[in-house]
Design a protein around this ligand. Structure first.
Ligand SMILES: [Zn+2]
Length: 143
């Protein structure tokens, strides 16, 4: 499942206000175009309709590839300064959820062990690494 909400954002340059979709999670198996849009810098990127300037919105974003069973969670680096930031993790860096809801559990426990990044470029590199790994290894096992 992919999640987003809509918010009115003011352009940092000209203060023009416009609504935009802010994505919180991308399920790229349900919707493959989301992967493309992420790599084209179209996800959580503000593009001003008035002055044309653009800005990346540093908001948490979960990338979920159900087919290859991996997920990457991006947090803005400043999240580390939040007092409660660590409350959501175990000491091993997993999400602190006792039991996954049944619906989600079907897709696997990998959802509890996201690869966490604080840089969006690193998110894109990690996604490419896992896709390559999956493609190479399933090819080899298929022989
Ligand atoms: Zn503007």
């Amino acid at each position: 499942m992919s999640l987003f909400f809509e918010e009115e954002i003011s352009c940092p340059k000209c203060k023009h206000k416009q609504k935009m979709k802010i994505w919180q999670s991308l399920n790229v198996t349900d919707n493959t175009t989301l992967r493309e849009r992420l790599f084209n810098a179209e996800i959580n990127v503000f593009k001003c309709e008035s002055c044309g300037s653009g800005a990346f919105l540093a908001v948490p974003l979960l990338y979920n590839d159900v087919e290859r069973k991996f997920c990457v969670q991006f947090y803005p680096y400043d999240s580390l300064k939040q007092k409660t930031f660590c409350d959501r993790f175990t000491i091993e860096g997993k999400f602190k959820i006792e039991k996954l809801p049944e619906k989600i559990a079907k897709s696997g426990n990998y959802l509890l062990e996201p690869h966490i990044v604080f840089d969006l470029d690193e998110m894109l590199r990690y996604i490419q690494f896992r896709e390559k790994l999956y493609n190479e290894l399933t090819k080899r096992n298929g022989k």
